[in-house]
Each structure stands twice: as structure tokens, then as C-alpha cells.
Design a binder for this molecule. Structure first.
Ligand code: AMP
Length: 426
């Protein structure tokens, strides 16, 4: 098979690493890719917003399957456009990707299908939203309806903070994403990420993970796209996983099909495990980043037939096998991230670091120039490791980082603390 992977981050490098391992692959391309992905795939400079150019490339190179990594092309309808050009594409249609693209859509779907989630109301103007906030009090959560690159959620501890968020969103602070907002109940509990592979009818659980969103040690500092993750999530055992499937994922699949927009691809459920059980915080319509960088090293089965089965509606009797061993990943970011940061600084020692037992290095934002690896983004590297325990995976990942010479980078020194604490008290 000839495969084209779309994207350029750490998630795509982990997918590329796993896809390249498949005996089914003949030619493997990635657009636009990065310096790490170039080890597995031929990187091609296609513009992901130009669906016509991607379709032409697919015809020209006889691509059998396109795998879409990020959410923006999914919400822009790339699956619809490629499929109507005759190209098999893994991922949800534009309509189905609204599970990620519109928080209001997802909340209404939950309400109509008794899927557990935070109580909420939708607003198109500030006055009504503020009145609702004053009536319900804080803490309260204010969310932009549309895609806002991780900046669309404000967990407000006071009414004033919530009202400021409403002003910011309706004031155009998040562009079009904030044209409508959702105000919802604050949920108390521990978060987890749950991934399922879907084919429009059937969903099979993939794996679970937890991530660290804050930039600095002790889960402090600004929110980021994720500074590290580990899999499995220690708070989701087999019974909890079954509950998530029956209470959340399966009714979502059924509802999407009934509405004429069957969901295909990866469904990523952000969950709050509360005292009343798991509740849906949000859906994403794609693999997680950095969660994929811990899921792929744990996947024993070939990924390619699974992606095809999702596209073809053939997951019913499909089975994926996983290694029981946990995995952990640490993000190395450019100093200043998630604020302003420099590009083009030199990174050395990667081969040496990758030689540590159990370690796999996934590039998130790098480019190769003159035989050197340069930083080319905010989140730059993912140092992933597997081990018999989370603690062992953590020790290995940090041992690898110690071999990397990149003075302009930084990383958290406590990734996995919660899982390690649990492991040592178990
Ligand atoms: P989201 O982009 O919807 O995943 O939200 C980002 C983060 O905000 C989540 O990972 C949670 O930590 C937090 N969050 C979102 N909704 C709620 C809620 N209803 N209650 C408490 N925390 C929330």
C-alpha cells in the first residue's frame, strides 16, 4: 500500500513510526512532516488547506490511504473532499468532526442522549451569559464554541473572572470561535483521556492516558498543548473502561449514525472521573498529542489494518493487541513556550539519547539543516519510554534527556508523578 500521512507534530511522528513498521507499506509519504518523520517517510511540502492539491498528489502517487493527524483539516472537510475525489481517507467527515469543532453541538448531543456531562447553557450574547453566571455562581467554566487552539476554555474561580472571559470571547478575543459560547458547571474529579477507534457503527477502545497540561513542575504555570503524558491512565480500570463505552462512547456513535453523520476515525474523549462516575468534558476528533506518543509504543498489532477497517466500516470483529507495559513521554519545549520563543537553535545528542533502553524519540517541531537538527516550534521533542512500571519508563526517559544537549530548551522534571505515587503505594 501507498500511504500519505498529514501533519507535522509529535503525534504524526509517533503515527509515522508505527505505520512505517507495517509490512503492508510500499511507499510512505508525509505532508509536511518534520526532521524526525523524515526517518520513516518521504516528506512532501503540501499545503494542508489545499485539498485539491492533496487529491492531485494522491492520484499521481497512487495513494491507497490518507491518514489525517490534526483537527483543523478534519473540521475543514478534508475527508469529504478526498473521498469524493476517490481517495480513501482515515478520519471523520466534516459533519462528524463537529464533535470537536462545536462544543455546543456536543453538549446538545449529550443532553438528548443522556450522556453524562457537566450541566450547561449556550449563549450568543454577553448579557444573557453574565446573568446566567450570576445566577449560578463560581466556580464555573466558560468555553468558546469553536476551535480555539487550546485557548477556548476558562475555568473561572470567581464570577468576575467568568464575566471577563465572556467579554473576551464575545469581544472577538478568539476570533470566530467565540461567536457563541457554552457556560457549564465545574466538575470536580481526576481527568483521563480515553480513545476509541470507530467505523461509523462499531467502536473499539484503544488505550487510556493522562497528560500534564501546565508548563511547569507541580502542575503550575500557563496551560500548554501538553508537557508530557503516560499510558494507561491509572484511574481507568477494565470496569471503568466498560462504563465509559456503554455510557458515553456507544450512545454517541448511535446518535451520530441516527443523525446521518456516522462517526469514523479516532474518538478522543476527555473525561472527568467524578464521584458519580465518568463524565464527558469534551470530544476530540483525532488522536491526542502527546498521548499518541505513549499509545503507539504500547500497540502490539499492526496499525494500518485498523485504520483501514475504520475507514471501511469493518471494525465489528476486529481485535487490537496491546503490550501491558506502561509508557511515558516527556515534552522538551523551546524556552518561552507557550509564549514567545526562538526558532533555529541547535539540538545535539539525539542518537545517544535514543540508545537508552526502551526509549523512542518523536520529533514535534524540528527541521534538518546542514546535517544538524534545529528547533522549529514551541513543543520540539517528545522523549518516550516504556518500562515494566511507570517509574521505570520515567527513569529511562529522563536518562535519555540527560544525554540531549539543547541549552535553549526546557522540560518538566515531574512527568508521571501521580502515576508513580499510585504505583509505589499500590
Ligand atoms: P477542554 O478544552 O474542553 O478539554 O478543556 C480544557 C481543560 O479545562 C480540561 O482539560 C479541564 O482541565 C478543564 N475543564 C473543562 N471543562 C471543565 C469542567 N466542566 N469542569 C472542570 N474542569 C473543566
Amino acid at each position: 500500500m501507498n500511504i500519505l500521512l498529514l501533519g507535522s507534530g509529535g503525534r504524526e511522528h509517533a503515527l509515522a513510526w508505527k505505520i512505517a513498521d507495517s509490512p503492508l507499506i510500499e511507499r510512505f509519504y508525509c505532508a509536511p512532516g518534520n526532521a524526525g518523520i523524515a526517518q520513516q517517510a518521504e516528506c512532501v511540502p503540501l499545503d494542508l488547506t489545499d485539498h485539491g492539491a492533496i487529491a492531485a498528489f494522491c492520484r499521481d502517487r497512487r495513494i491507497d490511504l490518507v491518514v489525517v493527524g490534526p483537527e483543523a483539516p478534519l473540521c475543514a472537510g478534508i475527508v469529504d473532499d478526498l473521498e469524493s475525489a476517490g481517495v480513501k481517507t482515515f478520519g471523520p467527515s466534516r459533519a462528524a468532526a463537529r464533535l470537536e469543532g462545536s462544543k455546543g453541538f456536543t453538549k446538545d448531543l449529550c443532553r438528548a442522549n443522556q450522556i453524562p456531562t457537566a450541566a450547561y447553557a449556550r449563549f450568543k450574547d454577553a448579557t444573557a451569559a453574565k446573568a446566567h453566571i450570576r445566577a449560578h455562581g463560581a466556580p464555573v467554566v466558560v468555553k468558546a464554541d469553536g476551535l480555539a487552539a487550546g485557548k477556548g476554555v476558562v475555568v473561572a474561580q470567581s464570577e468576575a473572572e467568568a464575566e471577563a472571559a465572556v467579554e473576551m470571547m464575545f469581544g472577538g478575543g478568539l476570533g470566530e470561535a467565540g461567536g457563541e459560547i457554552v457556560v457549564e458547571e465545574f466538575l470536580d474529579g481526576e481527568e483521563a483521556s480515553f480513545f476509541a477507534l470507530c467505523d461509523g457503527e462499531t467502536a473499539i477502545p484503544l488505550a487510556t492516558a493522562q497528560d500534564h497540561k501546565r508548563a511547569y513542575d507541580g502542575d503550575k504555570g500557563p496551560n500548554t498543548g501538553g508537557m508530557g503524558a503516560y499510558s494507561p491512565a491509572p484511574n481507568i480500570d477494565a470496569a471503568m473502561s466498560a462504563t465509559v463505552m456503554t455510557a458515553i462512547v456507544t450512545p454517541t456513535m448511535r446518535a451520530m449514525k441516527a443523525m446521518g453523520m456516522p462517526y469514523k476515525g479516532v474518538l478522543y474523549a476527555g473525561l472527568m472521573i467524578t464521584r458519580q462516575g465518568p463524565k464527558l468534558i469534551e470530544y476530540n476528533a483525532r488522536f491526542g498529542d502527546p498521548e499518541t506518543q505513549v499509545m503507539m509504543p504500547r500497540l502490539m498489532s499492526d496499525l494500518v489494518p485498523a485504520l483501514l477497517a475504520s475507514r471501511d466500516g469493518m471494525l465489528k470483529s476486529f481485535d487490537l493487541r496491546w503490550y501491558k507495559t506502561p509508557a511515558l513521554t516527556i515534552v522538551m519545549a523551546a524556552q518561552g513556550y507557550p509564549g514567545h520563543y526562538a526558532r533555529g537553535t541547535v539540538i545535539e545528542g539525539l542518537d545517544d539519547a535514543a540508545a537508552v533502553e526502551g526509549v523512542e524519540i518523536f520529533h514535534a517541531g524540528t527541521k534538518a539543516e546542514g546535517g544538524r537538527i534545529l528547533a522549529n516550534g514551541g513543543r520540539v521533542l517528545n522523549i518516550s519510554a516504556t518500562g515494566d512500571t511507570v517509574r521505570e519508563a520515567q527513569v529511562r526517559a529522563y536518562a535519555a534527556i540527560a544525554r540531549i544537549r539543547w541549552p535553549e530548551g526546557f522540560y518538566r522534571r515531574d512527568i508521571g508523578w501521580r502515576a508513580v505515587e499510585r504505583g509505589s503505594s499500590a
